[in-house]
Design a protein around this ligand. Structure first.
Ligand code: LHQ
Length: 263
């Protein structure tokens, strides 16, 4: 389907995007962003998939923006660094967050710069024990982008967020798990089994409930308690109208596993 700067497939309701420029540590180019848009178009088609995995080919997840790409060379007056954020990263981040299914980042190696924050924008982040998260930006005199200035203080608190952003030192996966930055760190050779297992499990789960859980939890970061209670009322109303809710209750009462369809 798409087989150049990314690999893309959908099997058993699980879509998988593999960033695929291993010789450049899967750093993001304009072409890769274009192919990611095409892949997300396919995932967003109703009924196409019920979970998405994002991972990297080779020894890294991704080194962030391709710093060698033509648009970044030359005199500062000739390019606007923010343009790719607005055209590419931010649109992609919004789409991942809005995707009505769980998105799993399987971080197979270093995730640096914008790529670290793309991974952290996924709903569940699993990392190989040898992987690391590097807010590389300050090394090239930039600030964390792709949502990093939002997700870091929210997830790990201001002290750690500031240290990660200013010192630009790699955070090993185990420490990322201990800090609550990611869901889980697993042995390298177990990473994809673990990610696929989770994705398959969730692809057979209550897809609409997962989508509503995402909406509720992401909204919470910006809401006060009263507002969030109201959000829960609205979203729970929607969850309660799904066939899967009826099936879940019925299965409980009949003491059998639920057979969810995502409807
Ligand atoms: C790369 C890259 C790379 C090109 C490794 N580009 N070639 C948004 C908007 C607009 C502008 C700017 O930025 C942004 C957001 C961002 O993402 S800014 C942050 C960009 N990323 C970085 O600054 C990280 C740069 N890379 C590194 O610091 C290292 O490569 C890390 C620590 C990730 C990995 O180190 P190593 O494991 O030692 O690998 P390596 O450095 O040897 O890289 C392997 C190859 O990949 C190498 O090529 P070569 O021809 O020498 O084998 C690198 O040049 C290339 N590469 N990152 N971002």
């Amino acid at each position: 389907m798409i087989n150049t700067t990314i690999l893309f497939e959908i099997a058993d309701d699980v879509a998988t995007i593999t960033l695929n420029r291993p010789e450049r540590l899967n750093s993001f180019t304009e072409q890769m962003h274009q192919e990611l848009r095409t892949a997300l178009d396919a995932v967003e088609k109703p009924g196409a998939a019920r979970a998405l995995i994002i991972t990297g080919a080779g020894r890294g997840f991704s080194a962030g923006q391709d710093l060698a790409e033509a648009a970044l060379t030359g005199e500062p007056k000739d390019f606007d660094v923010s343009s790719t954020l607005e055209r590419n990263y931010n649109v992609m981040l919004g789409r991942l967050r809005a995707l009505p299914m769980p998105v799993i980042a399987a971080v197979n190696g270093v995730a640096a710069g914008a790529a670290a924050n793309v991974a952290l924008a996924c709903d569940i982040v699993i990392a190989a024990r040898s992987a690391s998260f590097l807010q590389a930006f300050a090394k090239i005199a930039l600030i964390p982008d792709a949502g990093g200035t939002y997700s870091l203080p929210h997830r790990v608190g201001m002290a750690r967020a500031m240290g990660l952003a200013m010192l630009a030192e790699p955070l090993p996966a185990e420490k990322a798990e201990q800090w609550g930055l990611i869901w889980k760190c697993v042995d390298d050779d177990k990473l994809m089994d673990e990610a696929r297992g989770l994705a398959r499990r969730m692809a057979a789960g209550p897809t609409q409930a997962y989508a509503l859980i995402k909406r509720a939890l992401y909204a919470a970061a910006d809401n006060d308690f009263e507002t969030q209670l109201a959000v829960e009322v609205d979203l729970q109303r929607e969850a309660g109208k799904t066939e899967d809710f009826r099936e879940g209750v019925k299965a409980f009462l009949e003491k059998r596993p639920a057979r969810f369809t995502g409807r």
